[in-house]
Design a protein. Sequence first.
Length: 277
Amino acid sequence: MSNKDNLCECTSPQPQNAKTWCNDNICICGFPTKNDFELNKIYNENCLDTMKRMPDDFVDMVVTSPPYNIGKSRANTNNPDLVYDTYSDDLEIQEYFKQTKIWLDELLRVSKHYVFWNIGEYAGCKGIAGFIMNTYKENLKENFIWIKPNPNPVGRNIVCNSYEYIFCLVKENADKRKYDYNNFGDNMIKNYIIKPVNNNKDNGGHGYAFGEWLPKYFIHNFSKEGDTIYDCFMGSGTTAVAAHVLDRKFIGSEISEKYVGIANNRLKPYLTQIKLF
C-alpha cells in the first residue's frame, strides 16, 4: 500500500532513481525504505551485510567504535566465553587499514550527517589515526580527543596510553567550521573530553565498551530528537541505550550472537517502559 511516509530516498543510478512512491516498503528500484528496517533493533550480522541493504543517507548519524585489532584471544578480557569467534581481530596492519576503509566508505554513504569513529592507537592498530587523517582528509571535519584520567594499567617500562581519538567524518564540506546540523546552538563545545575509562558492570563483561557518556555526548550535541542513530559495532548495546534515553531511534549491527543477547537484555527495561505525560 502506497504511503507518503514510505518515500524512497535511494540515489541508485537506475532509470527510476528519482524519489518514488513505494509499495510494501520496497521501491521500484529495488532498495528498501526505512520502514523495511525495524528500528530500535540490533541485527545479528556483519555490519557490511546490514549496510548493503541501506540506501544512501539512510541514517541520520553514526556513533561507533570498531575492533582495535588487538588479537582475537584478547577480544574480551573479563569473560573468555565472549571472545569473538566469527571475526579475527588479528589482521596484518595493512589489511586492517584496508578493512577500516571498507567500513568507513560504507558508513559515509549511509549516513546523512556525521560519522563519529572512536579508535585508539595500540600495538595492533598503530598508525590508524594517521591513516584515517590522510585517507579521509576531504571528509575529516573534527578530531576529538578523549583524555582518560584512569587509563588501563600496562606493564613496567611502558608508556601508558591515556587518550583515544573520536574522528568526525562527513560526506562533504569538511573544511567548513560551522556545524549546520547540531543541537548545541550557541553553546561552545571543545574538541577534547576528559572522561574516565568505563568500569560499569552493566556492559555484560565487554572489556572494551566505552561508557554511556560517549554516545550520549555526540548524540545530544549533533543530532535531534527522532533521528536514527546507527552503531555498526553495537557490542553490549551502549549506543542503543544512549539513543533511547535521548529520544532517538537506533539501528545496530553486532556479529556476536552472545553480545546481541546481552545488549537486548540490557535494553529491555528501556524499551518496555511506559512514558507518562
